[in-house]
Design a protein. Sequence first.
Length: 527
Amino acid sequence: MSPRMGYPKCPMSQTEPISPLADQPASKKPGLGPLLAILAAIVLGVLIGVLFGEPMWIAAQGPQRESARMQEIKDQKETLVAQLVSAADEQEAAGDAAGSAANRAEADRIRGHIPQIESRIEQVDGKIAEPTTLGTVLWELSDFVGDLFIQVLKLLVIPLVVTSMICGITSLGDVRRIGRLGGWTVGYYMSTGAVAVLIGILLVLVIQPGTSSDDTFFYKADNVTSKEGSTVIGTLLDVFRGKPDKPGSGMFPSNIFLAASNTNVLALIVFALVFGGALTTLGEQGRVVIDFFVGANEAVMKMVHLVMFFAPIGIGGLVASNIAKNGGGAGFGAEVARLGWYVGTVLVGLAIHFIFLSALLPLLAGRHPIRYLRGVLRALLTAMTTASSSATLPITMELVEENNGVSKRSASFVLPLGATINMDGTALYEAVAVIFIAQSIDIDLALGQLVIIFLTATLAAVGAAGIPEAGLVTMVIVLTAVGLPMEGIGTILAIDWFLDRMRTTVNVYGDAVGAAVIDRQVIQQEG
């Protein structure tokens, strides 16, 4: 259906093409007030988490949880020692002296970890005490406002995705124009994801962080165990068909309302694309429905404005509660010291990819990278605190359109899709983590295995959900592809909550840059 037939279009954030590196119109320049408020909230949250982290940790039952986890780690170590000794006995009986000796040496090494774990249990048990009034108040308040902020953001995700996607598709008029838009979008996401993985592989091979790692406190989590045996093909097929025991999962679920209740954004995107395309073929009958979704989309964005007014409170609470429930400043410092080279490698890789994405703005989008970054900085800070691309989506859409002047046609299509399949930071992180695990157990990866890591990390990141710590689950696929043990994930588990926030920030920035690139390369050229 041609746009000339009178279909209402989603309001555009700009009506004229933006010249390369041009300043934004005065009305679109982001004010510093909201940004400074969020920065102040982050600083305050860090101070509260560091200064009062231990009493808050005690109030949150942190010592009890850590003691239980350490006991599980001890049990896992003892089970592994028994398995190694049993294997050594079998090899010795079969005449394999070298294999038997290697297994006994590994059993002795792991057995040496147990006294350190027992010592840690004693230390943690010594901190179990009645929570103080101050610690309880700070913990409950920070946890409450942080959780409430995330819940409200998630509340807006489903209506925002559905209305914005339908609004964006119907504004294109002719459904045949979706092909070029979709091709550019998917091509951009896959290309930048591949670059991210390549950066991660090169860095981890040069820095070699695994050669100085310590696996004393590695822990094999349940969500990792449940993914053992997964393959790349199986995971990608699950993205399309879903899992048999989860009718609301997959790209084509049997119940779209169940998919919405499970926050299956990909299924909603597919449904909205098809539904919106169908509306453009109905002539005058479709106009009333399109008008409804245009109005609904504007109403949802007004709700996003309201949420952003209270964002600093929620963000401050998230920062304080996350530091506190991970042991406070002292606990975080201890984990960074133990895995410093690994943390440094991931952060350097993410920084390099961030710079690469910024370079795409003047090259492909005709945008000034500093001005564009300033326009979406509040979304990046929100991503850093929530660790969720999906939860950050409402804020990303608001800032990309209003502060940076990206058309609503581009933002409403590119950003929801990006929050679902564009995980550059996660892809980079998985490549670094898998090779780090191999280095930590003295396994040299051949060129063919590195190629497999490159391919599987790129594809597995597409299947990662836009939720906290989704990368840990998809990492199992990459480990399986090159034959590395799942137990290696336990080595990095303690610090993952921090790196998760860093890679989510890069994920969201990649989405925002993609919206500008597609706007320039597709939407503006089509007029």
